[in-house]
Every structure is written in C-alpha cells, then in structure tokens.
Design a protein around this ligand. Structure first.
Ligand code: GLP
Length: 242
C-alpha cells in the first residue's frame, strides 16, 4: 500500500483528480468506480473545473459504477447517491448518463439486484480505478464493521454511528435510511487500482487502523492491505495518527 501524506485536502484532491485524468487519457473507455460522500468532493470539483476549462479529457466513452445506494428513498431523491453523483460530477462531464450505474436499490429482489450489479461490473471488464472514502468507524462503501472480507454487492443495515455521521445530508438522523445496497469488500478488491482519500482529524483513527492496524473485519478498510495496488491520500490531520 502506498500512503501519501499531503499538506492539505486540496493537495489530496488534486492528486486524485490527476490519477483519474491520467487514466481517462490513457484509456478513454476506462471504467471508473465512484464514491459519494464529502471525501472525494474537492477532487470532483477539480475534474469538473478542468472539463469546463477544456483542459480535461473527454469522458464520452467512460463507464462508471457507484459503490453504494440507499434503499427506500423515492426515485430522484436529492440524497440518493445516483442523484448526488450526477449533481456533483457526472452531470457536468460529457459522460453518457446511461453509462453511470448504481446498485438497483429499488428492486423487489435485492439479492438478485446485487448479483446483477456484480455481473454488470464484470461485463464492463472490471473497475480500473476505484475512488474510496472511509467512514469514521473504518467502513468502506457501506461495509460496516463485521462485514465479510469476501462479501459481494448486497443489502446492508447501517449502524447508528453511520446514520449519525450522514445525518448532515438529511433532516436529521431519523431521516437517514436504515438500509443500503453496497458493493462488497470482495467486489471492491477486484478493482485494479484503489485510491482512498481522507481529510480532517475525524478520520485519523480510522486511517491509522486501516493502514497500520491488523487486517480485520472490525476495520473494513484494512482490506486495502490485501490489494496489490492501493493508494491512500491523506492530509496532515487525517494522517496525524500514523
Ligand atoms: C459514507 C459512504 C462512503 C463514504 C463514507 C465516508 O457513508 N457510503 O462511500 O466513503 O461514508 O463519508 P464522507 O466522505 O462523507 O466522510
């Protein structure tokens, strides 16, 4: 695992944007794995800005797969991850919206929807670069502590801590859905390059556990230790316990 300690969140964002930019230039039909949440936001802003200025690559042939999605939100809800990624990134690029995929959290059979999502990722040739954030409890996507390291895309129940962490995006904790569909840790590990970005002191304990702690389901992000090409971009505050 490569850990890059950067002076600020802006520097981490630029480095993530550079990695995505370089991949899409090299492979115009690259498969991107996208995370939502606040961690990658600055990088997404940078990519959108480059695209607007005409200095970024074309995303016309890029395919993208989201890590996760809330279950139980009405279609088009502004906090659904599908709506969020469109608002924050893909809606500002020349990517074909039909090539932006999210787990089908509205499906009647969510087990089957999980299988179909993994199959769609495989059919696209697998994810070239997977963007990741980390939860304060070390969760990856919505794989809460205790998730199997070999898990596939499936239904999960959120812990109260994650619902509290995400309450800022909703009216309050009570409005945060209890259930989600998330790529499994096994699914995520199949991406060819994992890039985790974290900033702020609230992530310092989780980053230290993921990078220097034991490989354990208690800290799902520690699975990065198993991956042959994982990069962790942290600002000084998030890296302060390393
Ligand atoms: C969320 C998302 C994750 C995200 C993490 C951290 O709940 N499901 O994909 O990486 O938790 O969130 P944030 O980046 O907002 O701190």
């Amino acid at each position: 695992m490569e850990v890059v300690l950067l002076p600020s969140a802006d520097d981490a964002a630029r480095m993530l944007a550079d990695a995505i930019d370089a991949l899409v230039r090299r492979r115009p039909d690259a498969v991107l794995g996208l995370a939502t949440g606040s961690s990658p936001l600055l990088a997404y802003e940078e990519l959108v800005d480059r695209h607007r200025r005409g200095s970024g690559p074309s995303y016309a042939a890029v395919r993208a797969f989201l890590l996760d999605e809330y279950v139980g939100l009405p279609a088009g809800h502004p906090q659904s991850y599908r709506a969020t990624i469109e608002r924050e990134l893909t809606g500002h690029l020349d990517i074909d919206p039909r090539n932006v995929h999210a787990p089908d959290a509205g499906a009647e059979d969510l087990t089957d929807a999980g299988r179909r999502y993994d199959a769609a990722i495989a059919a696209a040739g697998g994810v070239d670069l997977q963007v990741l954030g980390i939860g304060t409890d070390g969760h990856l996507a919505f794989n809460e502590p205790g998730s199997s390291l070999a898990s596939r895309t499936r239904l999960k129940t959120l812990t109260s801590r994650t619902r509290e962490d995400n309450a800022r995006f909703f009216g309050g904790t009570g409005d945060v859905p209890r259930h989600v569909m998330t790529q499994g840790l096994g699914t995520i590990l199949e991406a060819r390059h994992l890039v985790l970005v974290a900033s702020g002191s609230g992530k310092a304990t989780a980053i230290a556990a993921a990078v220097e702690g034991p490989l354990t389901a208690s800290c799902p992000a520690s699975v990065l230790q198993l991956h042959p090409h994982a990069t962790v971009l942290v600002d000084e505050a998030a890296g302060s316990r390393l």
